[in-house]
Design a protein around this ligand. Structure first.
Ligand code: BG6
Length: 269
C-alpha cells in the first residue's frame, strides 16, 4: 500500500495513517475510530482532544466514535457503558484498498463472552471508512441470533471549529440556525442532513439509515469536568451526530442486517 501505513503508537496499539494526494487521516483499531481527517488544502475537519486516552475499554475523546448498539446511557441498565460497546473495543482490521480518489479501510467486530454480558446477541459489525476529499463511514450490523435485535446509536463526529461560538448549524428544521452560546444537547429529526458553518467554510453531514441528528457541545462547566478534554476546548468543536435514539431503535430480524452511513463534504461559500 502506497498511501496507508500501520504504526504502533504504544505496545499493541495500532493506528493506520493515510497520506494520500486527496487527504491525510488517521484511524485507530480501537473502536475502528477515525481520529483525524484533513482534505488537502483544508484545515482539519475533525477535532481530536490533545488529552485523549488511548487504551482499550476507554473511548477516545474526539474523532468519530461509533456509538452502537445503544445511544448514551443504556435504556434499562445504567451500569452498562454509555454509548454502547463498539467504541471501546479493538476491532479487526480486515482489508484496505486505495485509488486515485482516496483510501478505503474495512474493519469488523464480532461478539464474544464480554460483549454478550453487555448485549445478549451474537453479531457481526462491518465498518467501512473511506477517506479522500470526502469522508464516508458505513456500518452494517448482522444479526447472527435467533431473536429480533434492536439497534440504536450514532456516528458521533466531533467537527473542528476555530471558535464554536462563531459557528452555527443549519438543516435542522429550526426557524433559524443553531448557535452555540450555552451547553447544547438536543436532537432533531433530519431528512437531508445538517451543515456546520464557520467563516466561509461549510461542512455538510449527510446520513442514511439514521433517523435524527444530535448536536452537542459541553460548554464551560461540563468541558471542565472531562479529564480527557482541555477546559477551553469546548471552543474547538461541535458534535454533529447522525443517530437513532433508543426509543426509535431499528429491529433487525434473525439472520438479517442493517446499514447506516454518513458522508461528510467540505465546501466554501
Ligand atoms: O463522554 P461520552 O460518554 O463520550 O459522551 C459525550 C456526550 O455524547 C453526547 O452524544 C451526549 O448527548 C452527551 O450527553 C455526552 O456527554
Amino acid at each position: 500500500m502506497k498511501h496507508l501505513h500501520q504504526r504502533e503508537i504504544a505496545p499493541g496499539y495500532v493506528i493506520y495513517e493515510i497520506d494520500h494526494p486527496a487527504c491525510k487521516a488517521k484511524v485507530a483499531r480501537h473502536g475502528a475510530h477515525l481520529m483525524e481527517w484533513q482534505p488537502t488544502g483544508e484545515d482539519p475537519v475533525i477535532y481530536l482532544s490533545p488529552d485523549a486516552v488511548f487504551h482499550e475499554g476507554k473511548a477516545i475523546r474526539g474523532g468519530i466514535p461509533i456509538c452502537w448498539p445503544w445511544f448514551g446511557p443504556h435504556p434499562t441498565d445504567s451500569s452498562k457503558p454509555a454509548h454502547g460497546i463498539a467504541r471501546t473495543r479493538f476491532w479487526t482490521f480486515d482489508d484496505a484498498t486505495e485509488s486515485e480518489t482516496g483510501v478505503r479501510l474495512f474493519f469488523s467486530l464480532e461478539d464474544d463472552e464480554a460483549t454478550r454480558e453487555l448485549w445478549p446477541f451474537p453479531f457481526r459489525y462491518e465498518l467501512e471508512i473511506f477517506v479522500g476529499s470526502e469522508l464516508e463511514i458505513r456500518l452494517t450490523t448482522c444479526n447472527r441470533s435467533e431473536q429480533p435485535m434492536p439497534v440504536s446509536g450514532a456516528i458521533h463526529a466531533y467537527f473542528a471549529t476555530t471558535d464554536s461560538r462563531l459557528a452555527h448549524v443549519t438543516g435542522l428544521y429550526l426557524k433559524s440556525p443553531l448557535h452555540i452560546d450555552r451547553e447544547v444537547e438536543a436532537f432533531f429529526p433530519t431528512l437531508e442532513g445538517a451543515v456546520l458553518m464557520e467563516g466561509n467554510r461549510e461542512v455538510q453531514v449527510e446520513q442514511t439509515g439514521l433517523s435524527a441528528t444530535m448536536i452537542w457541545n459541553p460548554w464551560i462547566e461540563k468541558a471542565a469536568s472531562f479529564q480527557d478534554l482541555p477546559d477551553e476546548d469546548y471552543l474547538r468543536f461541535i458534535c454533529i451526530e447522525p443517530m437513532i435514539a433508543n426509543p426509535d431503535a431499528v429491529i433487525i430480524s434473525p439472520g438479517g442486517q442493517y446499514t447506516i452511513s454518513s458522508t461528510v463534504k467540505v465546501s466554501h461559500r
